[in-house]
Design a protein around this ligand. Structure first.
Ligand SMILES: C[S@@+](CC[C@H](N)C(=O)[O-])C[C@H]1O[C@@H](n2cnc3c(N)ncnc32)[C@H](O)[C@@H]1O
Length: 483
């Protein structure tokens, strides 16, 4: 009951730190150095996927950016996420869980705290959307194991993942029975997903799904949901407000059509980058952005929301992800009806932006229309839209900056424990570098944000969303760390 008492009275820095002391003082070897980002020159070639997209456009006319994004990321004929080796130094990008174990560990503490707050429900399930290599879930489970009463409530793990290759990596990361490796993409005769068992994590059943709505767990199981860098991968539509005040859709056409190309650029400012905003290689690309000649049904349907008209001027661009809103509404409903809790962590802003759609290849920004399937495609998350989609279904708190969230959850205390556990100065330096990268406002600490999703009837804001914004609490105190 310790956690709940602190929560009722004075929510403070000690709260997660006390729990952090129970984590194993050991570093796991998945830290890696910071990437640099610059704009990449595209070397064009008509891959089978590019040919497939070209054929669709030639048959039906220019396609939406959302359709292009969905094909380029998840098409079975070479979509980007059908591959496995996309993370880390050798891959295209690195995510927070892959930078340091500290990330997953302090997140586990967040779930333990709120499980206590909710009266220690006897049955829980972990649900992750877009689990990548499975590192975050593995780190959270390893940390959660230190809290025996909490860990005993976990009934199963549910992973929403489209990529067959990443499912295999997640299976291995979670220490699932090798006998079942080939089954992660199979379904039982009745259509339910095949179940594996995570031997490394206390014989927990693990299941994979294409969609959130496929998850079927007992009604008395409280879902603990995580979506880290999931929403930024969901398809977006792009629109421009015309001089007449009408929204025109920005589409993707084949490069050799007679339509006027649009000179697109991104205004996104990711962490630790030296990027240029204009995409190189446009001239060698098989595809181009064009403005729809007439009002499309997407423009009519999606942009009829009055909020978009009043907030934007002529010539402005907006990016909207109705798929994100759909998933968010479902997630919010699910969390509320089952008394669960969720964290959404991603890069983005709490408002609608216009030109953040970009490719990411070999840790550099790239023209998103170059060589579909060869790079990650992403757009900043519009947290205001996610909150709007969840409204009436669940309470949303935040977004707050990742750096502030991790500090409030005790990442510095965790860092100190890990530093004290080793005399190897290189390991110590790596730990401090990783901590800085995750929390520094000029690195990932500000652009990455955290949104908490809680049931509608919870009376208090979750930790640390309830904390008063005292600047000194959130300031990194790195100079006090002795190497
Ligand atoms: C950028 S990665 C993030 C991975 C992981 N959460 C991390 O932070 O390391 C995006 C993840 O979402 C998955 N994904 C992308 N689009 C998806 C979709 N429509 N449905 C399910 N999973 C999807 C990808 O396969 C991948 O696992």
């Amino acid at each position: 009951m310790l956690v709940r008492n602190i929560f009722k009275g004075h929510i403070g820095q000690q709260c997660p730190n006390i729990l952090l002391q129970r984590l194993v003082t050991k570093q796991h070897p998945h830290a890696s150095p910071a990437p640099s980002y610059t704009t990449a020159a595209a070397k064009e070639e008509l891959t089978p996927l590019a040919k497939h997209i070209r054929d669709i456009i030639l048959a039906t006319g220019p396609i939406s950016v959302a359709k292009y994004m969905q094909l380029a990321l998840t098409s079975p004929i070479g979509g980007y996420y059908t591959k496995g080796q996309i993370f880390g130094k050798e891959g295209d990008f690195i995510t927070s869980p892959e930078i340091s174990q500290m990330f997953g560990e302090v997140l586990a503490v967040w779930y333990v705290l709120h499980w206590e707050l909710m009266g220690q429900p006897p049955k829980t399930v972990f649900v992750e959307l877009g689990p990548g290599r499975g590192t975050l879930m593995d780190d959270m489970l390893r940390a959660a194991k230190r809290f025996k009463e909490f860990f005993a409530t976990i009934q199963s793990i549910h992973l929403v993942e489209r990529s067959p290759e990443l499912r295999r990596l997640q299976h291995d990361k979670l220490g699932c029975d090798p006998q079942t490796t080939k089954n992660v993409n199979d379904k039982n005769d009745n259509g339910t997903p095949v179940e594996s068992v995570s031997k490394a994590r206390g014989s927990l059943p693990v299941k994979w799904y294409d969609l959130l709505e496929e998850i079927d767990v007992d009604i008395d199981c409280v879902p603990l949901v995580m979506a880290h860098e999931f929403f930024d991968a969901l398809p977006i539509y792009k629109f421009e407000k015309s001089n007449a005040g009408v929204w025109s859709e920005i589409l993707v056409d084949v490069a050799d059509s007679d339509s006027e190309p649009m000179d697109m650029r991104t205004t996104a400012k990711p962490s630790n980058t030296q990027h240029k905003s204009i995409f190189d290689g446009t001239e060698s690309c098989n595809f181009k952005f064009v403005k729809a000649r007439n009002v499309t049904s997407n423009a009519a349907m999606i942009m009829r929301n009055e909020a978009f008209n009043s907030r934007f001027d002529k010539g402005d661009h907006v990016e909207v992800s109705p798929e994100s809103a759909r998933v968010m509404a479902q997630l919010a409903d699910w969390i509320s009806t089952r008394n669960g809790m969720g964290l959404i962590m991603d890069y983005g802003q709490d408002w609608t932006q216009g030109d953040t759609f970009r490719g990411v290849r070999s840790h550099k920004f790239a023209n998103p229309l170059s060589m579909p399937g060869s790079m990650d495609l992403t757009a900043d998350v519009d947290f205001s839209y996610l909150r709007y989609a969840a409204s009436n279904k669940a309470q949303c708190h935040g977004p707050i900056e990742q750096g502030k969230f991790l500090h409030a959850m005790g990442i510095q205390a965790r860092l100190q424990h890990l530093l004290q556990a080793t005399t190897d100065t290189k390991v110590q330096k790596d730990l401090v570098d990783c901590y800085r990268r995750l929390t520094d406002p000029h690195s990932m600490g500000r652009i990455y944000k955290v949104l908490a999703v809680m049931p509608t009837d919870i009376k208090k804001a979750p930790i640390p969303f309830a904390l008063p914004s005292k600047e000194e609490l959130n300031k990194p105190k790195i100079e006090k760390i002795t190497r």
